[in-house]
Design a protein around this ligand. Structure first.
Ligand SMILES: [Zn+2]
Length: 390
């Protein structure tokens, strides 16, 4: 598992690096072909991004890798993960190395290490004796670090079909897993005003940057109004020379909310701010985006998943702990499709999304065993999937 993670870590697969993603995909097609099921590439539609000038651009994402093993079996498990990383090819952090019991490198935790654990776990499960009642579908995506917009339909479709999900984001360095996650929305507010020369016709101008700035302040003022809901203004693009009233601006922001009700409230507030911005004389606005990952609160099905994970951990002598996270992942997508899931079944690690990223080497075997035990318990009926969905 460690050697495989090192080999995968050495291949740059930043979310916007099509050549590297294609190389990584070849390695995955090779490795996951060891499973006793049909392996295929599932092409993804491009996603759209608002450019700094307010127009839309298509982003290509390549393909997901999919393996279906025993699709007719009575119990179906969704096994998901991503093979993109946040590191572009130009980033200095490109190669893995070991420091004692620590493996460092891009993606060693998030989540090439997780994919390696996933593969080892299902291979070990396949070697357990007896006819299997558990079938599964592996889905490996190239766009998680940029919001899973392109793979979202595949995740939703899989989530509807599977009884439960197992996703391989890293556990925390102290071994804790994540139980609840906030939902996340990304927006771009495109503002059109009217250009004018500041000396000759200042009062004819309608300042798009000021309108975007006012909307940004209105958003920021919502922080602290409702528990757990955050509004982050991330960027404002717009304007040119200082002697021109700017006619265009794009304000980008992120919203996080812990549950469905607070997400609905946040959406209403965003719609109000959009409306108020557009009501200013001479200003037109368009809002792009929304909640691409719904909240994943701790409901009854999630409590059962958590209890099962803890029980499997106890067999290994672990007292697994769980903590909520404001971060989002494919577990949010599966949950939104009605698929309860544990989404931090990868190795323990930290420093994610930075050149401090690391994974703890002994945790690879430990977490692979955890997954094998969970699959085996499902297979033998010790964990009853019927109790998950009522
Ligand atoms: Zn990840």
């Amino acid at each position: 598992m460690i050697a495989r993670t090192e080999a995968w870590s050495a291949v740059n697969s930043g979310s916007f690096e099509p050549a590297g993603l294609a190389r990584m995909r070849e390695l995955l097609l090779d490795a996951f072909a060891a499973l006793p099921g049909a392996i295929e590439q599932a092409p993804l539609a491009p996603s759209q991004r608002v450019k700094p000038d307010g127009t839309l651009a298509d982003i290509e994402h390549g393909a997901s890798v999919r393996v279906r093993v025993r699709p007719g079996a009575p119990i179906q498990v969704a096994l998901t993960g991503h093979y993109d990383t946040v590191f572009p090819a130009a980033h200095p952090f490109q190669k893995p190395w070991r420091e004692g019991a620590t493996l460092r490198g891009p993606g060693v935790a998030d989540m090439k290490g997780g994919l390696s654990v996933m593969l080892a776990a299902v291979q070990a499960f396949e070697r357990t004796p007896g006819e299997k009642r558990v079938g599964y579908e592996v889905l490996l995506n190239p766009d998680e670090e940029v919001g899973s917009l392109a793979s979202a339909p595949l995740l939703a479709d899989l989530g509807k079909r599977a009884h439960l999900g197992m996703t391989y984001e890293p556990s925390m360095a102290d071994g804790a897993l994540v139980d609840a996650r906030k939902g996340s929305a990304n927006y771009s507010l495109v503002v059109h005003g009217k250009a004018a020369h500041v000396g000759r016709a200042f009062s004819d101008g309608r300042n798009a940057v000021i309108a975007a700035g006012n909307a940004a302040l209105a958003l920021n003022a919502l922080n602290g109004v409702r528990e757990g809901v955050t509004f982050n203004v991330g960027a404002i693009d717009g304007g040119s020379a200082v002697n021109v009233v700017p006619e265009r601006a794009v304000m980008r922001f992120n919203v996080r909310a812990p549950d469905t009700e607070s997400a609905a409230w946040a959406q209403d507030e965003v719609a109000r701010i959009e409306r108020e911005a557009g009501e200013r004389e001479g200003i037109r606005v368009h809002l792009h985006g929304g909640f691409t990952r719904a909240p994943k609160p701790l409901n009854d099905a999630q409590r059962t998943m958590k209890a099962w994970t803890h029980e499997a951990g106890a067999v290994l002598g672990l007292d697994l702990q769980f903590r909520p996270s404001g971060g989002v992942c494919e577990g949010n997508n599966l949950f939104a499709a009605g698929c309860p899931n544990i989404d931090t079944l990868g190795p323990c690690g930290g420093g994610l999304h930075s050149d401090e990223e690391f994974a703890l080497i002994p945790s690879f075997a430990e977490r692979a065993k955890l997954s094998v035990l969970m699959l085996a318990a499902l297979d033998r009926g010790a964990f009853d999937v019927k109790s998950l969905r009522s």
